[in-house]
Design a protein around this ligand. Sequence first.
Ligand SMILES: Nc1ncnc2c1ncn2[C@@H]1O[C@H](COP(=O)(O)OP(=O)(O)O)[C@@H](O)[C@H]1O
Ligand SMILES: [Mg+2]
Length: 267
Amino acid sequence: MTTTSPFVLTISNRKGGTGKTTTSVNIAAEAAQRGLRVLLVDLDTQGHSNLGFGVSVNKGQITAHDVFRNASPLGLLEKAIVPTTFNNLWLAPADHSFDGLDATQELNRLRQEIMQPEIASRFDLIVLDTPPSLDILLMNAMAAANAVLVPVLPHILSSEGVKQLIRLFFRIATSVNSDLKLMGFVPVMLNLRTLLHRDVMDSLAKQYGKERIFRGIRTDISLAEAFGKGQPIQLYDPHSRGAQDYRYLWEEMLDAWSALRQLQSKR
Ligand SMILES: Nc1ncnc2c1ncn2[C@@H]1O[C@H](COP(=O)(O)OP(=O)(O)O)[C@@H](O)[C@H]1O
Ligand SMILES: [Mg+2]
């Protein structure tokens, strides 16, 4: 990666309700607060990242999903970008009505959009909030990313979603995107006193390496409340456990990823 291209982080898990959107919104806000120029792309048609910033989409407005319509011209991602109330942070909102029927089959559509000079020179970090379903959008996110961050519910039933995601990760990393790295796993809604949580995280550490397990995000109702108010946690309640944990996660990411550290030191 050259220093002029943005770091692209996809936040993915093949299971719903694992904190993907909460992590996307709050990591994007945390990085923006530290001075990085951040774009959050909402690839889930449920549009929860839109909601996380209180952004609504008008009829006819260009969205992140327009990028994926068959035979759509290049340049639509840039046209989809809207500002948020948060400094340094922009959003390419999702389209609730996108049904994928006329979706492109190209794996590199998103990557091509991100490489457009108007995007590549404007942002330091691009965060991709992804749908859990195995569709062309999730594959495009993996094909466009430098790294995948996997929020996991440290519960025994969550292992299948992780396994499916890791299978996809290897498929993409050994074909269209050999630069793709597994950043690691973030346990969310964490209660360290629960033994089962520890078992699940220990088994991930054994399989993928201890260094890939982040400390995680504790259960904190303010994260859900902030979401309801359309605000990142840093704005809604900067002293909450959730805000502290996302701040700490960003610091762990900086420690582990020199590319992110370099981007931040320039700002
Ligand atoms: N650490 C947390 N503590 C409490 N609630 C959380 C936490 N993380 C996420 N939630 C809530 O759990 C639900 C699912 O999270 P979400 O980020 O939308 O998951 P996904 O995008 O993977 O479907 C949301 O209602 C969210 O507010
Ligand atoms: Mg989501």
